[in-house]
Write a protein that binds this ligand. Structure first.
Ligand code: BGC
Length: 895
């Protein structure tokens, strides 16, 4: 008996150890942790698996349970499902109820006979899933507005809640931007809500848990409205979406006795103006503290003088739950230096070019006016220079009320800057009174990359800051001048790099829906999305090669990075419409019509070598992208099991490539534009028959050598340039380009002090003068697209196309550039992946970490092997490899 008991205890102990090892963690619903505004009918669940030190762990089955959040009522008891799927598993139970919370958990089985315990519970809350769930009315200010300065209206209402509150959720959106308040406190920590979408078709609302902001008895609710993207001047005209700002506000309160009350925006609210006298995206804000209506959002406030609001007659069919991470405050920067330039201005340097705003603490007299102007650079003489902001004033004005310390920060605007100029402060400036705060979409940081070369590390830093500054609810070209628009070409070239640095899955999922929503009926994609060019008389708004290809490139890049098939499915009609547009506009499969930006901002020809030109024919580029987009459409059709389309477009692709060869390539394989971009695209998109690829690669390498190891590419060639080289045996040339620090190159701006990626290779010329102010941003992420090559080639971290989202990992570093180490860590949907290599003495060391439920093919550089690598297949776990023959002894023949 005792023996049996002992055996049982031992058995339980062993089982417990196994249980403790295998765990499902990091439960996400629609890629978010515990989201509270989900409006998809079948939300998708993802989890990660941890298994202690165990190696080669693969999930073999899972089981999901969903409960009602209040109590233990089981809503869906999913079957045990065999397989290794652990991301995007759709809910498959009875219909979910609008505005209701659910919890779920999962247990998993692995290939080593272990079963996990039930995971910790995760929750999600359904948003308002149907327009009829909205009881609130659209409301706007009831007083006659000042249509010039458009002071920011405040809307408010006192409410009484007679019982103890169990929970309260606010559902809010607006025309224009809003900041909501309850009992004086800001609701949530997001800014620039409701974000930017193609408003008339898709308007996001946000949901907030406001339980702790409310109390039994008297309360006040309110919101302040700003013009935002809705009616600020964008491009050069205001009111793109409408003239009047408005608010939609619905508060759902549940009392402890189980009863329910809904508070809505309606005709009983009141409106007034306050201290925010002006706020435009490009120009900045003016706050006059003397006009503040103190405590206007508190319940004791007397609003007898306020005007009743106007009820607005807008529909609610375009309302959707927020899918992407809202914009939030992130890093803050103390003033690094106080500068008095030759012109005598008072300038502060924050040390980093960033996007956000400056917070100011100040004492002064009533009526004192402080002006803060923003810029990214000082001129050659050290003076404040903001000509390149063009029509954007980027200036905040604060008028003091006096009588003590006052605190200011702007609302409903942002600036891109490293330096500020301060006017209106008498006497010395106390730099401790200024703090710059960076503001961007709240995406999870996912990647780190560092090497033994400090310049390269600074490049990675600059790429990340370019991303932070321009991922402000939509991917923008630049954050400072009078643009700040969702330029499609820029987003296309940078999207894969972006996916390494931060989790951009939901950010791009949301924006791609706007790409599809704003796509023209003939299939061309507008130059910018959301499309505010449509009201302008542009010759052709959309259809530019490399820009419209956003419709195919970004969905495919997101599919590779996150393995999300639904995203591909949703975008498929848009992808197809774009390829069909090119087909419709081609003759004999040659697409050589329409207006194109071409290889935007390529190295200009004034000091070009040998009379050769770096200009690449726009139609040649168009033909390459036609082929590339068609290829991506075929890939998508294959993933989605659409064989008919896959076959149809495969035939088209052959014809497109044949037309390209016929028109642009000689029998001996010379491409008609003898440029880096022409050869790069030819090689990167497989435009050439295999037999002449090596020769084309040699010509590309030769071209680079002729330019003294400098690139000459613009927006469209640059992202693929180093790939074309490393893929065809010229990694050494790619490294030379990457580490080049004279103009044009990636490191030249760093030598000139850049802390972000510049729009142009020579934003600041070697003599310290500037490029033309009409087009010279110092925060444009496009050329940062090299970041992708740094992760995928230097560190060698990649995903197989047939195991996207890093289900099947590749680690294949290419050593070079005299680097003695390169470390990359990347948070895949399955968990952390690392690739750290170093060279010590004569030995190459590689340490990798492969997350559970994935496999990896590791290529350890070894030139004793014919392929130059020793290839090994591993499962999850940590591994250590060494190689003594990592240097490629084969010298490339000089072309
Ligand atoms: C933007 C670019 C954009 C381009 C189109 C510029 O004004 O800043 O980045 O892609 O126009 O050519």
């Amino acid at each position: 008996m005792i023996k049996n008991l002992l055996a049982l205890t031992l058995h339980l102990a062993i089982t417990a150890t196994c249980f403790a090892q295998l765990t499902a963690t990091r439960l996400l619903t629609e890629n978010e942790s515990d989201p509270i505004s989900v409006d998809t009918k079948a939300p998708r669940f993802s989890w990660q698996i941890t298994a202690g030190n165990a190696k080669n762990v693969l999930q073999t089955a899972y089981k999901i349970r969903v409960y009602a959040a209040d109590g233990n009522r089981l809503v869906w008891d999913g079957n045990k499902v065999a397989g290794s799927q652990s991301i995007y598993v759709p809910y498959n139970g009875p219909a979910l109820t609008s505005g209701t919370a659910y919890v779920w958990q999962v247990m998993v089985w692995d290939n080593q006979g272990h079963v996990s315990p039930w995971s910790k519970k995760a929750m999600w809350r359904m948003g308002l899933t149907s327009p009829s769930d909205w009881k609130a009315s659209w409301i706007g200010p009831g007083y006659a507005g000042d249509t010039v300065n458009k002071p920011s209206p405040m809307l408010r209402k006192n409410i009484t809640l007679n019982k103890n509150i169990k929970s309260a959720f606010a559902y809010i959106t607006s025309h224009g931007l809003y900041e909501a308040r309850i009992n004086g406190q800001k609701v949530g920590d997001a800014y620039l809500t409701p974000g930017w979408t193609s408003y008339h078709k898709r308007l996001q609302y946000q949901v907030y848990d406001v339980t702790t902001l409310l109390k039994k008895g008297q309360n006040a609710v309110g919101a302040q409205l700003g013009s935002g993207w809705y009616r600020s001047t964008l491009v050069s005209t205001p009111n793109h979406y409408g003239k009047d700002v408005g608010l939609l506000f619905q508060l759902e309160v549940t009392y402890t006795d189980g009863t329910h009350e809904t508070i809505i925006s309606d005709g009983s609210w009141k409106s007034a103006k306050g201290e925010l006298r002006y706020a435009e995206i490009y120009n900045g804000a003016t706050i006059d503290a003397r006009m503040a209506q103190k405590d206007w959002a508190k319940s004791g406030f007397d609003d007898a003088n306020w005007t009743p609001v106007k009820v607005q007659n807008y529909g609610k069919d375009n309302l959707i739950a927020t899918y992407n991470e809202p914009v939030k405050k992130h890093e803050s920067f103390k003033a690094l230096k106080l500068i008095t330039p030759p012109k005598g201005e008072k300038v502060i340097d924050f040390g980093q070019n960033l996007v956000g705003w400056v917070q100011l603490k100040i004492n002064g007299n009533a009526g004192d006016s402080i002006k803060i102007s923003h810029t990214e650079v000082l001129d050659k003489a050290g003076n404040f220079y903001n000509e390149n902001l063009r029509g954007a004033k980027a200036q905040n004005t604060y008028i003091l009320k006096g009588g003590g310390e006052e605190y200011f920060e702007p609302q409903f605007t942002w600036q891109g800057f490293r330096y500020i100029k301060v006017e209106g402060i008498k006497g010395d400036i106390d730099r401790d009174n200024f703090t710059a705060v960076a503001v961007y979409s709240d995406m999870e940081p996912t990647g780190t990359f560092s090497t033994s070369n400090p310049m390269l590390n600074q490049l990675q830093h600059n790429i990340k800051w370019g991303q932070k500054g321009n991922f402000l609810d939509v991917p923008t070209d630049c954050p400072q001048r009078d643009e700040r628009l969702g330029w499609t070409g820029d987003a296309q070239v940078f999207s894969r790099t972006a996916s390494f640095n931060m989790n951009v899955h939901n950010f791009f999922t949301k924006w791609l829906k706007d790409v599809a929503a704003d796509q023209n009926s003939n299939g061309s994609v507008p130059h910018i999305v959301p499309d505010v060019f449509k009201d302008h008389d542009l010759t052709e708004n959309g259809g530019a090669t490399g820009w419209s290809d956003v419709a195919t490139v970004v969905p495919w890049n997101m599919y590779l990075a996150y393995g999300d098939k639904d995203l591909l499915q949703n975008q498929y009609p848009s992808m197809k419409a774009w390829v069909d547009y090119m087909y419709d506009h081609s003759k004999n499969n040659l697409w050589n019509t329409g207006w194109h930006f071409g290889d935007w901002l390529f190295y200009t020809v004034d000091n070009d070598l040998d009379g050769t030109s770096a200009i690449t024919s726009k139609y040649l580029i168009a033909q390459c992208f036609y082929a590339y987009s068609t290829q991506l459409l075929i890939n998508a059709a294959n993933v989605l099991g659409n064989k008919a389309d896959a076959d149809k477009y495969a035939k088209l692709l052959q014809q497109v490539k044949a037309a390209y060869l016929n028109e642009y390539v000689t029998a001996n394989g010379l491409v008609s534009s003898d440029t880096q971009t022409a050869y790069t695209l030819a090689l990167a998109f497989d435009m050439l028959p295999e037999g002449i690829r090596a020769q084309a690669a040699a010509r590309l390498a030769g071209n680079i050598t002729r330019y003294g190891n400098h690139l000459t590419t613009g927006f469209l060639g640059t992202p693929y340039l180093c790939y074309a080289l490393s893929r065809f045996g010229y990694a050494d040339v790619a490294y030379k380009l990457l580490l080049q620090d004279t103009y044009p190159s990636w490191l030249y701006p760093i030598k000139m002090g850049a802390t972000t990626i510049w729009e142009r290779w020579d934003g600041i010329k070697p003599d310290g003068s500037f490029e033309t102010p009409t087009m010279n941003s110092y925060n444009h992420y496009a050329y940062g697209a090299i970041g992708d090559w740094m992760y995928r080639v230097i560190s060698g971290v990649d995903t197989e196309t047939d195991g996207p989202g890093y289900k099947k990992i590749i680690i294949k570093p290419i050593v070079g550039g005299n680097l003695t180490y390169a470390n990359a860590a990347y948070e895949t949907p399955y968990g952390k992946l690392t690739s750290n290599w170093k060279i010590q003495g004569n030995t190459f060391y590689l340490d990798v970490e492969v997350p559970a439920n994935t496999t990896a093919t590791i290529y350890v550089p070894d030139f004793n092997q014919t392929a130059g690598y020793k290839k090994q297949q591993v499962g999850s776990g940590s591994y250590h490899f060494t190689s003594k023959s990592y240097i490629n002894p084969v010298k490339h023949a000089k072309p």
